[in-house]
Design a protein. Structure first.
Length: 296
């Protein structure tokens, strides 16, 4: 279910009333076209309501609309749909999980942020969710956003639960904990890279795939990268990895997903580069630099 490249889709906004922090409604038809495009170009699945989708800036009705559009496309294409679920209160997160529509394949759940519980608390949180969730969980381990480090031992312990399917591993690099986890992970527990610029070495070390914002723009190349490492084609994988690392660095030169949206808009894929406050649109220079690398 979790192998390959899964694309956390941007949320396109209509250009009506566009200004910094002021955007129009969700452009649902454009979202559907983007979802079909990335799947047709090799993505293994979609992620709705991730950080890249500006989930925190969407209203409850908009979040439901995004999930509905993505679910429809995944039904058409026979692809898995993962939905981002945030929160640091176990009871409210469980309520969100229980309300997910039946088409959702998995839930991407952040490690509790701000509260910074002990690792015992992290284990208790995810075990409580796993005991009550209707869909498998993917732990979202991103300590530079949550302020909460989680060890390989903790992830390995949680991965033994039958309702915890994997982890999106985004620590900012390929660290010793990642290698420890990949060297001895539970059966059926997938490790997905979450830092676009270092996905190639993580795949080389044995990751199952990735959840990559940059794949909004280059899904075929990232899918080829995962396939090359899986097939042991080291020469091709290294060349692709070096090229995609440079592209990813350019796409993250400003806060995600501002540069990605800028490039998608410049190429006529989405109707505006609009993002919602506190994000601001990316500079023309950053968008131009990313476009130049994409053209290569």
């Amino acid at each position: 279910m979790l192998k390959g490249i899964h694309v956390p889709l941007v949320t396109p906004f209509a250009p009506t009333g566009f200004a910094p922090g002021v955007t129009g409604e969700v452009a649902a038809d454009v979202l559907g076209k983007l979802a079909r495009r990335v799947l047709d170009e090799g993505a293994s699945g979609l992620v709705a309501l991730g950080t890249t989708g500006e989930a925190a800036a969407l209203s409850p009705d908009e979040r439901a609309q995004v999930v509905e559009v993505c679910a429809e496309v995944c039904r058409e294409r026979g692809a898995p749909l993962t939905v981002g679920v945030t929160g640091n209160d176990t009871r409210s997160v469980l309520g969100t999980l229980e309300a997910l529509p039946p088409d959702v394949t998995a839930a991407l759940v952040t490690v509790p942020y701000f509260l910074r519980p002990s690792e015992r608390g992290v284990i208790a949180h995810f075990e409580a969710l796993a005991d009550g969730t209707p869909v498998p969980l993917v732990i979202y381990h991103i300590p530079y956003r949550t302020g909460q480090a989680v060890s390989a031992a903790t992830l390995r312990h949680l991965g033994a639960h039958p309702m915890i399917a994997g982890v999106k591993y985004a620590t900012g690099g390929v660290d010793q904990e990642a290698l420890d986890l990949l060297g001895d992970r539970p059966d059926g527990f997938d490790v997905l890279g979450g830092d676009d610029a270092v996905i190639s070495p993580l795949l080389a070390a044995g990751a199952s795939g990735g959840i990559l914002a940059s794949a909004n723009l280059a899904p075929r190349d990232f899918a080829d990268l995962a396939a090359a490492w899986d097939a042991g084609d080291v020469t091709r994988a290294r060349a692709l990895g070096h090229r995609l690392t440079r592209l990813s660095a350019a796409l993250f030169a400003e806060p995600n997903p501002t540069v990605i949206k800028g490039v998608l808009h410049a190429r006529g894929v989405i109707p505006s580069a609009g993002v919602r406050l506190p994000l601001l649109p990316a500079s023309e220079a950053s968008v131009a630099a990313a476009e130049a690398l994409l053209d290569r």
